[in-house]
Design a protein around this ligand. Structure first.
Ligand code: MG
Length: 159
């Protein structure tokens, strides 16, 4: 059986007045990821993981924000489109796993909702998607709560 592993990483500043959209779910929090569209660092990292495993281009190359088709596109749309490209390239998704590193928002109360939403977008069962939150233990560049960093891995198998 032919299998491929993919790795994704993303980092966004958290800014006041931005909706806190992570993993396709809007969390109650006074700051949210800055950036183009909703800044959903989880879906961005997942997009790079699945396209990376399939040997496709990265998120910035596939969906350039100066292309009118993708300007201000919802991250859910980008991830769904990435999954379509992965399937078209002959790959099926086995599982996704995500670590969200931030001093806030708290991830744990929203893990189930994120897993369900990501699974819906990916076209797999929620059991094939996992999401964990980690704090920075007050250390390093994100310790002041000004950012969120996300690591994502996936496994694909040949269709
Ligand atoms: Mg991003």
């Amino acid at each position: 059986m032919s299998m491929r592993v993919g790795l994704g990483f993303d980092l966004h500043r958290l800014e006041e007045g931005r909706p806190c959209v992570l993993g396709g779910v809007t969390l109650p929090h006074p700051t949210g990821p800055a950036g183009h569209s909703d800044g959903d660092a989880v879906l961005h990292a997942l997009t790079d993981a699945v396209t990376g495993a399939a040997g496709l281009d990265d998120i910035g190359t596939l969906f350039p924000d100066d292309d009118p088709r993708w300007k201000d596109a919802d991250s859910a749309t980008l991830f769904s489109e990435a999954m379509r490209l992965v399937r078209d390239a002959g790959w099926a998704l086995m599982n996704l796993d995500v670590v969200i590193a931030t001093e806030g928002p708290r991830i744990k109360p929203h893990r189930a909702a994120m897993r369900a939403r990501i699974a819906e977008l990916a076209g797999v069962d929620a059991g094939a998607v996992n999401v964990k939150g980690k704090t920075l233990e007050g250390m390093g560049a994100l310790a002041d709560g000004t950012g969120v960093a996300v690591q994502a891995v996936c496994l694909l198998t040949a269709l």
